[in-house]
Design a protein around this ligand. Structure first.
Ligand code: G3P
Ligand code: MG
Length: 270
């Protein structure tokens, strides 16, 4: 690979990630969030029922330190409550209805604790891309310390990828588990910086997760030439995404991966 501006240090290495062959191609974003309320047990069950093998979920802490599966800093968009997640404890969070906003049939769906979610994922045999979601003003280290040990305990290495936009969270995660074969880390970014490899090498990452709309062919091919996996979020149209497979993208994070599977099957039968 040629770097346009800065040469990569000759002794730099990604570690041997080539031994991992369980690379997910389709990952259900926040569970099957096109068909069920995002980040809930129902969304994960729906993903499984639709044939998905991997889900992406966001984890954060409640004010009392309980890790929960939730995307926003507040609860208004995806529940019948208001205010910040930080203001809730396990008891008050469990009273929220996190399903009705999506559809009446999901009424009574609860905010999932990480513990309950891991149990379900294990039971269903799914792979998990857990995103450490560090909202503004929240503590990345506390999140890693609370969320990572039970996740590592629950899932085997080949069924887990832990990703984050937050560099402190990634650093803390790597400090907690130094073996890149035991903990596969993913660097999340909207757009890969020119020296994208600096961050992936620093934490011995397994993967880079980028916004597919901002990805350019040159950068995608550079990444694909390296021993690092490239995932793209959040794509829902398999037709416009088609060219990205040719660029070397390994997997897509989609609100509805079944569209991609159907499209791939149709293309194969033509
Ligand atoms: O992990 C990919 C994607 O989930 C990142 O963005 O905001 O949907 O968590 P967001
Ligand atoms: Mg996410």
């Amino acid at each position: 690979m040629t770097q346009s501006t800065v040469e990569r240090p000759s002794d730099a290495s990604h570690g041997d990630v080539s031994r991992h062959d369980n690379t997910p191609r389709y990952i259900a974003h926040r569970g099957l969030s096109a068909r069920a309320p995002e980040n809930t047990l129902a969304a994960v069950q729906a993903a499984h029922d639709a044939g998905c093998e991997w889900v992406e979920l966001d984890v954060q802490l409640l004010g009392d330190g309980t890790p929960v599966i939730w995307h926003d800093a507040g609860v208004k968009r995806c529940s019948n409550g208001r205010g910040k997640l930080l203001k809730l404890n396990a008891g008050s969070a469990a009273k929220l209805d996190a399903g009705s906003w999506f559809g009446a049939q999901f009424r009574g769906e609860r905010m999932a604790t990480l513990e309950a979610m891991l149990e379900l994922i294990k039971h269903l045999g799914l792979g998990l891309n857990l995103e450490l979601k560090v909202c503004r003003g929240r503590n990345a280290i506390e999140l890693v310390q609370a969320a990572l040990p039970p996740t590592l305990e629950a899932l085997p290495a080949d069924k887990l990828i832990v990703s984050s936009f937050d560099r402190h969270a990634l650093t803390a995660a790597r400090a907690l588990e130094s073996d890149p074969d035991r903990l596969r880390l993913g660097v999340l970014d909207d757009k890969a910086p020119k020296q994208w490899w600096r961050e992936t090498e620093r934490i011995e990452a397994y993967s880079l997760h980028l916004d597919w709309r901002k990805l350019k062919v040159k950068r995608a091919r550079e990444i694909a030439d390296e021993e690092i996996k490239l995932f793209c979020y959040t794509a829902n149209d398999p037709v416009t995404f088609e060219k990205l497979w040719d660029w070397g993208v390994d997997g897509v994070i989609s609100d509805d991966p079944t569209r991609f599977v159907t499209h791939a099957k149709e293309a194969a039968s033509r």
